[in-house]
Every structure is written in structure tokens, then in C-alpha cells.
Design a protein around this ligand. Structure first.
Ligand code: ATP
Ligand code: MG
Length: 440
């Protein structure tokens, strides 16, 4: 597992540039932190170990020049690469004066970016003190198991973020282990002794979420008989895990945005803002991009949350981990239910590796739990639920159902007849009414 690649902070108010940079840099194997404003960038600089800063110059509120100056003063060892539109001579002069190492004009190619990044990193190596020796990488986080490449990508990011307070968004299908990842970040890092508070934003009624998160003052609403702290204060100095963040209402989202931006919260019923200092990890199995399009999720909050993003892969994309996981669950439930270790037949294990695992690791765990109860020593195919035996994956991805074939064929004929339904029906040798029904 290689951690040798550098941490790069990219700052731009244009999210398209931000995403383009992220894609390019990640494909070059760099680890990326994103910030949509100078203010957010300052937090990231403070909370993380950054090896290179890439910033835009023109940004609303505080501009990139000030960021460059600040970085030069406070983090002199960090090289600074500037990305600008067409710079005027004046701009170019002030960029150089501000201490930028290099600059790149838009539009740029991936190759140009790569070279500029290399140059900047090289220039800083000459002056940099020898890098601190890395701590040994713990191979397992509590009971978090895996050795596949997909899984290693996740653990590598955990290593990067565990000791800093950068905000993390974890996404992935249900049951993939998002909560486990959040716990691993907290409990393997240097804030492990501080509180870890998990809040399921989907489980708390909308009208209570705000007061639960931020607390309330006496008399704020009927039943508020005393001042009460919320989860933010409870998690202070530690980690607040906001599970199912996609379910927070727009009103709560605005408050969250403010809390992230200002690092302060206001209790319900109070005028006074209070400082908080904690790490936020959010998780979702919604497609937040889609929620943004449908106006169900605030885009600005999304970009505040995704300073670092971890996409936990579905189990079907890390099938080589199945034997390890099965082993672990057999041990766990064997001891719990049968007071001994069970084994599993080869063909039974093979069946588990063929299955599609829509419910991911949680589903696998349930299947093993049940099989342990059903089995008498060795787990066999008969100990599995029936659906597992029939719903195996297609042996070849090119096979599809008759219905699908029919649909594709009808569309092909329609396209060939310029959407002339009479002609299409004639070719297909069905009447027009049937064709119309099928089209529906
Ligand atoms: N790598 C792993 N090794 C061992 N067990 C795991 C691993 N990942 C997940 N699990 C187990 O799978 C179950 C589901 O994990 P978790 O609750 O973290 O998933 P999730 O992604 O948060 O799911 P949901 O979206 O439904 O909330 C848990 O019992 C967890 O312990
Ligand atoms: Mg969860």
C-alpha cells in the first residue's frame, strides 16, 4: 500500500475546475483536498498536512493572492501553484511577488498540469526538512476486514485523514460499511480519546433535528425546561458523524452549512453563537448530485462536506474479500451460537462468490449468521436461503433477458423506419395496437 504520493489542496470557486483538477490529480495518484473558498482552504491548511497548494486568483470575498501571502507566512515550506485565466502583466507580477512557485494559465492540459505539479513539488523538496517517518500502517481497523485493491484504496484514505480534522463525506450503497469507515477514521487517529457521536439524520423527526444537533435554550419551545447542549457540543474536540445526511431538511442544511463555514453554532432560541471545534464525517447512500439537481440538497453544503470523499465500493466489486469476511463471520457466529468453530464446504463458498450481494456486507453477514444456526458442523449449500441459489449473476455480461432483447429490437426497427409505426409493425409482423402497447 503506497502512501508516498503527496497531499494536494486545490482551491477554486468554480466547482467545474475543482472537479477537473481533482480527476486529473487523482489519476496521477495524488491525494486531493478540495476547498471552494479561501476561508475553507484556511481550515484545511490548519487541519491537515498539505504538500502543495494549487489556487485560483480571482475568487469572491477573499482572493487567491491573500491566500498565497498567508500560506507563505504561515506554511513557508508549502509550494504554491497558481491557476489563472489570462493574466495581465500586473497580475503576473503580483502573483510572483506573493510567493507563488509557478503558474499555469487556463485552459491547460493534463500533461501541463502534471509538469507544473512536478516542478512545484521538486522545488520544495530542496528546502524541505526530511519527512517524518511514517507510522506503521495498521492492517485492520477493529473488525474491518479486506485485502482487495478496492478496499485498500479506502484504507489508504483513512490513513490520510485520521489525524486531521478535514471534513469527510463517505458514500456507498447500503451495507457497504460506511459507518465502520467513519469509526475507523476516528478510533485509529489521534482524536480517538475524544468523543465520537453518531447521529442518524434520517431517524430523527425533522422538527427535532435542529434542536438535537445544536441544542436549545430554556423556553425556546414548549417542553424546553432547561438549557440543553446538542450533538455538536457533545462531540466537541472529537468527531460528529452525520449519517444519512441526504435526509436533513433544507432548513437544517443551511444551519449545517453555517456551522461548517464559521465553526460556530447557535442554540435554538438563542442569539449567541458558540465556537465549536470538531471533525465532521457525513455519510450517504443517496446520490447527492441527483438531490442537488432536484433541489433537495444544497450544492454549497455538498462542496463543504467533500473536502475529502471516500466512496466505499460495493461487495460485488471486491469479491476477493468474500472468503476473509466469511471466515470472520463464521468465527463470530460459531462461537456465539454453537460454542465452536464451524467450517464451510468449497461449493458453498463458491456460491457466495457468485452472488450479486445487493445488500453488501450486511447481507453477507446475515446469510452466514443464518447458515451457522442451520448447519451442523460444516456449512453447506442447503443452509443458504433459496433466493441465493437462483439469483446468481449471469455467466456472461452479454446475456440479457428476452424482454430486454425485444425492447432493443423494437427500438432498432423504429429507428430504421424513422419512427414510422405502421412500417415498423409490418416488419415486426404484429399489429399497430400491440406495438403501441409494447412501446408503453
Ligand atoms: N470491512 C468489513 N469487515 C467486516 N465487517 C464489515 C466490514 N464492512 C462492513 N462490515 C459489517 O457490515 C455491516 C454493515 O456495515 P455499516 O453499518 O457500516 O454499513 P453502512 O454502509 O453504514 O450501511 P447503511 O447504508 O445501510 O447504513 C456491519 O455489521 C459491519 O460491521
Ligand atoms: Mg450506516
Amino acid at each position: 500500500m503506497g502512501l508516498e504520493k503527496e497531499n494536494i489542496l486545490i482551491v477554486d470557486d468554480d466547482i467545474h475546475i475543482l472537479e477537473l483538477l481533482q480527476r486529473h490529480l487523482q489519476s496521477l495518484n495524488y491525494h486531493v483536498y478540495k476547498a471552494v473558498s479561501v476561508k475553507q482552504a484556511l481550515y484545511v491548511l490548519h487541519d491537515s498536512t498539505i504538500d502543495l497548494l494549487i489556487t485560483d486568483i480571482q475568487m469572491p470575498e477573499i482572493d487567491g493572492l491573500q491566500l498565497l501571502k498567508y500560506t507563505a507566512e504561515h506554511y513557508p515550506h508549502i509550494p504554491k501553484l497558481v491557476i489563472t485565466g489570462y493574466p495581465s502583466v500586473d497580475d503576473a507580477m503580483s502573483v510572483i511577488k506573493s510567493g507563488a512557485t509557478d503558474y499555469l494559465t487556463k485552459p491547460f492540459t493534463k500533461e501541463e498540469l502534471k509538469q507544473a505539479v512536478n516542478r512545484s513539488l521538486e522545488s520544495s523538496k530542496k528546502v524541505k526538512e526530511p519527512k517524518q517517518k511514517k507510522q506503521a500502517i495498521t492492517s485492520s481497523y477493529g473488525q474491518m476486514i479486506g485485502q482487495s485493491t478496492a478496499f485498500e484504496k479506502v484504507t489508504e484514505i483513512i490513513e490520510r485523514v485520521k489525524d486531521n480534522k478535514a471534513t469527510v463525506l463517505i458514500d456507498g450503497e447500503s451495507g457497504t460499511g460506511k459507518e465502520l469507515v467513519a469509526r475507523a477514521i476516528h478510533f485509529s487517529g489521534k482524536f480517538a480519546k475524544q468523543p465520537f457521536i453518531a447521529v442518524n439524520c434520517g431517524a430523527i423527526p425533522e422538527n427535532l433535528l435542529e434542536s438535537e444537533l445544536f441544542g436549545y435554550t430554556k423556553g425556546a419551545f414548549t417542553g424546553a425546561n432547561e438549557n440543553k447542549n446538542g450533538f455538536f457540543q457533545a462531540a466537541n474536540n472529537g468527531t460528529l458523524f452525520l449519517d444519512e445526511i441526504g435526509n436533513a431538511s433544507i432548513a437544517v442544511q443551511s444551519k449545517l452549512l453555517r456551522a461548517l463555514q464559521e465553526k460556530e453554532i447557535t442554540k435554538v432560541g438563542s442569539q449567541k453563537a458558540e465556537k465549536v471545534d470538531l471533525r465532521i464525517i457525513a455519510a450517504t447512500n443517496n446520490n447527492l448530485q441527483e438531490d442537488i439537481t432536484n433541489k433537495k440538497f444544497r450544492e454549497d453544503l455538498y462542496y463543504r462536506l467533500t473536502v475529502v470523499q471516500i466512496s466505499v465500493p460495493p461487495l460485488r466489486e471486491r469479491k476477493s474479500d468474500i472468503p476473509l469476511l466469511v471466515d470472520q463471520f463464521i468465527r463470530k457466529y460459531g462461537v456465539e451460537y454453537k460454542d465452536r468453530l464451524l467450517s464451510i464446504a468449497d461449493d458453498a463458498l463458491e456460491m457466495l462468490q457468485r452472488y450479486h450481494w445487493q445488500g453488501n456486507i450486511r447481507e453477507l453477514e446475515n446469510v452466514i449468521q443464518r447458515a451457522v444456526i442451520m448447519s451442523d458442523g460444516k456449512i453447506e449449500i442447503k443452509d443458504f436461503p433459496d433466493y441465493l441459489k437462483y439469483k446468481i449473476e449471469f455467466p456472461d455480461a452479454s446475456f440479457s433477458s428476452l424482454q430486454q432483447m425485444e425492447k432493443e429490437y423494437i427500438l432498432k426497427v423504429l429507428a430504421a423506419t424513422n419512427n414510422n409505426k405502421t412500417k415498423a409493425a409490418e416488419i415486426l409482423q404484429i399489429d399497430r395496437k400491440t406495438l403501441r402497447q409494447k412501446l408503453k
